[in-house]
Design a protein around this ligand. Sequence first.
Ligand code: PEP
Ligand code: MN
Length: 337
Amino acid sequence: MIIVMKPGASRESIDHVMEKIEKIGLMAHPIFGTRRTVIAAIGDKHGRSLGDFEALPGVERVVPILAPYKMASLEVHEERSIVKVDGFSFGGTKIGVIAGPCTVEDEATTIETAKFVKSAGAIALRGGAFKPRTNPYSFQGLEEEGLKYLAAARDATGLAVVTEVISASHVDLVARYADVLQIGARNMQNFLLLQAVGEQPKPVLLKRGMSATIDELLFAAEYILSRGNQNVIICERGIRTFEDHTRNTLSIATVPALRERTHLPVIVDPSHATGHSSLVPPTARAAIAAGADGLLVEVHPRPEEALVDGAQSLDFPAFQTMMKGLARIALAVDRSM
Ligand code: PEP
Ligand code: MN
């Protein structure tokens, strides 16, 4: 349930409600809005009398919550969340673009790419140092060496660094270098990993599993939020279907459907969604038009030489052209780049 406090309710009355919630074995999560505070009471206790809470000082009303994911739901948290990353943000009026290679290859290419994507308007650099590969014999990433190259690229450009963490035991290591921790599609339901990133403060970019429903995606977000980390960005990256002309099937409708259900920022990865560089700019435009708060895009200076995912990587001119076109789409939906 949600306890909606009166506007201007005192800190004392908020603390009192939270104590009462905890006394009956539920978790109390206050959400401090600009006008009023609401307190989410979370847990598995059904049939509690809502009236008991309505009588407490400072309480305006008590609302039973229907959404099974409480902290992620728009029903509980009516103001859209803005996730701040190093002076930039996801979820406001500005569209945030994260761009870079699929995988970190060497220091020079990483810095070259960072400089270019920054000049074209990206706010963050992506690149995997730990790669979750389907084939165990495929390149698995440069690991800590790759993280160091990403950090060097951040020093050279001021871009925030977004990189994937594939195991709970690597969270401390990756968080030492990254500004945003990415949870990949293959790990969307790695619950110990979700809990581990929920227990540290860096923002998390959570990608949709390739066969996950929207509810499963939001439950995965809830794992992170319920461990204390409120900075979660959701990423639609396409799902598996019978269609084989594209690497995955990008569900554009998922963007507004997610935004109807959650306050968390929603971004789209048109690279993994389509698998073909020619399809990336049109689907990126569609994503922004549909209300996405940002994009995650693979860019490589020489896609034909990329170690991983060259076919879906944009080269520099293509990325620049795409960014210019996106600015016009953003304007049409009252956003800016
Ligand atoms: C990635 O973005 O680097 C990646 C591996 O994508 P996904 O987890 O969506 O397959
Ligand atoms: Mn990739």
